[in-house]
Design a protein around this ligand. Structure first.
Ligand SMILES: Nc1ncnc2c1ncn2[C@@H]1O[C@H](COP(=O)(O)OP(=O)(O)OP(=O)(O)O)[C@@H](O)[C@H]1O
Length: 797
């Protein structure tokens, strides 16, 4: 999976009791967002690691007592520190590039954490909620205390009061997806090609702003589980899809904010570290940032207008969030100090001039004088260019380079012979010569002095302006959140339109008609992806999927996971109809590594992964298991797979279980909630490439034709002697016949079938009661039809 940028400092505290509670305080260094989490975890710490993946760390702070004494001074020694905590060891394995920093145990203090939060949390609508939620979270508060102490002591940074967006994230509000699942489902990155855009993120990401692309990533890795919130998002996406004008207005408003990162700008305003030290380079950065901020604030009204009069509640809330009157105050403050004409330019002398003339004239006399000097220096350089052009009869032009200042430029075909004497540092680039001369170098040095002076003098005014803006930083954070959300929703709408997605429902039953794999659809030629149906409810919660190699089992499984993630993010899905259940966790064992040499480690992995799944699965989880028990002998493989399947059937999550072991279909089919499915394959005339089989990739009910011995088909290709093949076929067929007869005659199998019918009856009635929106008459007809169907099933048995 593509590694996200490691841009968080994460403080991590673990309770030493049986309950395994962990607290996390994570600060995004780029955006200033602080996230607090407290989790009751299982022995593998999978939930804590999941949270850390969402806040990918460059630095991990742990109590010094978690590290063995001999390694107390490890951070300078560069060697991996020894740890007394299992969690710290897991973190080291999972994030080998993150720097582990010990923080004195006394700084992990819940009261201290709360004080920091009260002081630093921005005064916005969510402040009260955050404080209320975090008040009794000992571990999260203690981690927050360590985090801010570390910033003060080690990073020498103090944040302005009320300047940070601090949020407590309840883990119950999101679906748990562990790292391997995210990788195997290609949620964020492509497994084969790192740079490939073929991932769910790649499919859905048409966002314009950096904030929205971050929000999308977090949502895909931890989709929301609060049904009203998902519905609110779906309503908004639907409105954008149905109203072409609205869709276009919002797109135009977002386009104006293309590649902007409001969060980054806010944190650079709010952090005082930068303000204490001033260099021309930093001054230059701050001036550019202020110009960018002005640009964003100036564009917000466009987005507000685009959203005015929306019907869906969420879009109306977003519109209100960016209608905050403090944004106008910020705009007035900026306009009072910055030149209206200067716009940030991309590079070259245009960008330098934008910074030099960013601040309005007559604010500081010294600044005005410094600007005059700068202007004169520029004039001198252009004069030198003209005179040298005349002297040497060459059409010299000037190019500004950030590192060196001005250089001369001349197209190669405009020079006959050598460059005249006196020109230095000749380089050639894109058909042009670039060079300088002593006089130009001296002038560049003078220009740089004048430039630095203007920037430092401007910086004073910019910093005063920033200090005033920080008072209203809550409005900026709110606007940033709102822009990110509408940008993400617009991106969902855009993808849904171009890819013909439909709005999903949430009924508690997983029912998908003609669902398509969203990534395969992007990779494969149009029209080649076979759509499939899914149906899973309490009466069919355990689904066994069989089929030969390459028949599409893994794709089918992955598709369920991907569509569920999309729907729970509030996005439309590729299908003709789709209904989902809200899941608390997506737990998978999906293999991508079929290397037999690794079979032992594969098997060990399989077992620890299965233990993790069994430990976490609840009736609300979604479990996808592909090819369990491959790394051991067939007998053991069947035994282990059966036992794990039994445990999962008891735990009652929705399970899709792809297997090569046909025995499982028999051993498990007595359980009422077990359903057998298979991927269809058709015999064809054999060629060198098709092994005599044509894959249909279509899911069908029941086990596959027992008399189709695909292994034998393959063996025939391996040139086994004909009599061996004939005997193998005879034995295999005989065994199949015996097995079928035994199953049909068995009384217990009849009881099992009756149980299945009863469970189906109960589930369908409950479903109709809870979710039917049919008018009374239609519902009555449906129930009559259903009654006949069930009665017939009983007679047949
Ligand atoms: N629904 C589909 N539509 C079109 N092509 C598909 C579909 N499902 C699978 N395929 C194609 O078949 C290939 C093999 O599919 P997949 O890996 O899912 O098979 P499998 O049964 O899991 O194989 P194995 O048992 O060897 O792991 C995929 O790479 C894809 O190109």
């Amino acid at each position: 999976m593509l590694q996200p940028e490691a841009n968080h400092v994460v403080a991590l505290l673990e309770g030493r009791g049986v309950s395994r509670e962990t607290g996390i305080a994570a600060l995004n260094k780029d955006t200033g967002q602080v996230t607090l989490v407290q989790v009751a975890d299982c022995p593998t710490y999978v939930k804590t690691l999941h949270q850390m993946h969402l806040h990918f760390p460059s630095v991990v702070l742990v109590p010094d007592t978690f590290l063995s004494a001999s390694d107390a001074a490890f951070s300078t020694s560069g060697k991996r520190p020894g740890s007394t905590s299992l969690l710290v060891e897991y973190v080291q394995d999972e994030f080998p590039n993150a720097q582990l920093e010990p923080v004195g145990r006394r700084y992990w203090n819940d009261n201290g954490g709360l004080e920091f939060i009260l002081q630093l949390c921005v005064d916005d609508d969510e402040r009260a909620g955050t404080i209320l939620a975090v008040q009794n979270k000992y571990y999260a508060l203690s981690a927050a205390c360590a985090l801010f102490k570390y910033y003060e002591a080690k990073m020498n940074t103090r944040f302005a009061a009320g300047s940070l967006r601090i949020r407590y994230v309840p883990v119950e509000g999101t679906m748990m997806i562990d790292r391997d699942t995210a990788r195997n489902l290609e949620l964020i990155g492509n497994m084969t090609f790192k740079k490939s855009p073929h991932s769910l993120f790649g499919v859905l990401n048409h966002t314009y702003t950096a904030m929205a692309s971050r929000l999308l990533r977090v949502n895909i890795l931890s989709p929301i589980t609060v049904q009203p919130s998902i519905h609110a998002r779906l309503d908004s996406v639907e409105e954008l899809i149905n109203s072409e004008d609205r869709f276009n207005y919002v797109r135009d408003a977002l386009k104006a904010l293309n590649k902007m990162d409001l969060d980054k700008l806010i944190i650079s305003l709010a952090s005082s570290e930068a303000r204490e030290t001033s260099s021309a380079k930093m001054a230059s950065q701050r001036v550019s940032q202020m110009l960018n901020l002005r640009n964003i604030v100036a564009q917000i009204p466009l987005l507000r207008t685009a959203l005015q009069g929306c019907r869906s509640q969420l879009l109306r809330i977003i519109c209100d969030m960016i209608a905050d009157e403090r944004l106008e105050i910020i705009q007035q403050l900026v306009n009072a100090n910055l030149n209206e004409e200067t716009t940030p330019a991309k590079g070259g002398i245009g960008a330098v001039n934008a910074r030099v003339y960013a601040v309005k004239a007559n604010q500081n006399r010294l600044l005005d004088v410094a600007r005059e000097t700068y202007k004169e220096n520029i004039g001198d350089i252009y004069q030198l260019n003209r005179s040298l052009s005349q002297t040497h009869d060459l059409p010299l032009t000037l190019v500004y380079q950030d590192a060196t200042g001005f250089v001369f430029s001349l197209k190669k075909d405009q020079l006959e012979g050598e460059l005249p004497e006196g020109f230095l540092n000749v380089t050639s680039k894109k058909g042009k010569y670039m060079f300088s001369c002593m006089e130009l170098k001296k002038m560049n040095a003078r220009l740089k002095d004048a430039l630095d002076e203007t920037l430092l003098l401007s910086d004073k005014i910019i910093q005063d302006l920033a200090a005033q803006i920080v008072h209203h930083v809550g409005a900026l954070y709110k606007a940033s959140e709102a822009i990110a959300l509408v940008d993400m929703l617009w991106s969902f709408a855009h993808t849904s339109i171009i890819k013909n997605y439909i709005r999903p429902e949430f009924t508690g039953t997983l029912a998908i008609k003609s669902g398509r794999h969203p990534i395969l659809e992007t990779v494969q030629a149009a029209g080649t992806v076979v759509a499939n149906d899914f149906y899973c409810d309490a009466s069919s919660s355990f689904q066994i999927i069989q089929g030969p190699n390459m028949s599409g089992k893994s794709t089918y499984l992955r598709q369920i996971g991907l569509l569920t993630v999309m729907a729970m993010c509030g996005c439309f899905v590729p299908a003709e109809y789709a209904s989902f259940k809200i899941h608390d966790a997506l737990l998978t064992r999906l293999s991508n590594d079929d290397d037999p040499e690794k079979s032992l480690s594969t098997f060990a992995n399989e077992m620890s992964c299965s233990a993790m799944i069994l430990g976490l699965a609840t009736p609300n989880s979604l479990v996808l298991i592909d090819e369990l028990g491959r790394g051991t002998s067939p007998k053991e493989g069947v035994g282990i797979s059966h036992a794990i399947a039994e445990a999962l059937i008891e735990a009652k999550p929705y399970v899709f279980f792809a297997t090569h072991f046909p025995e499982l279909a028999t051993t498990l089919s007595r359980r009422p909630s077990v359903v057998n499915l298979h991927l269809s394959v058709q015999r064809t005339r054999q060629t060198t490439s098709n092994f005599g089989m044509a894959f249909r990739y279509k899911i069908l009910d029941g086990v596959s034709d027992q008399n189709t011995h695909y292994g034998l088909e393959l063996a025939r290709l391996a040139d086994l002697p004909p009599d061996v093949l004939t005997e193998a076929k005879r034995v295999a067929e005989q065994l199949s016949i015996l097995k079928t007869r035994h199953e049909e005659e068995s009384e217990s199998s009849k009881i099992a079938m009756r149980r299945k019918v009863l469970l189906k009856l109960r589930t369908q009635l409950k479903q109709a009661h809870d979710h039917s929106s049919l008018p009374d008459e239609d519902l009555l007809n449906y129930l009559k039809r259903f009654h006949t169907e069930i009665a017939k099933a009983f007679i047949d048995l």
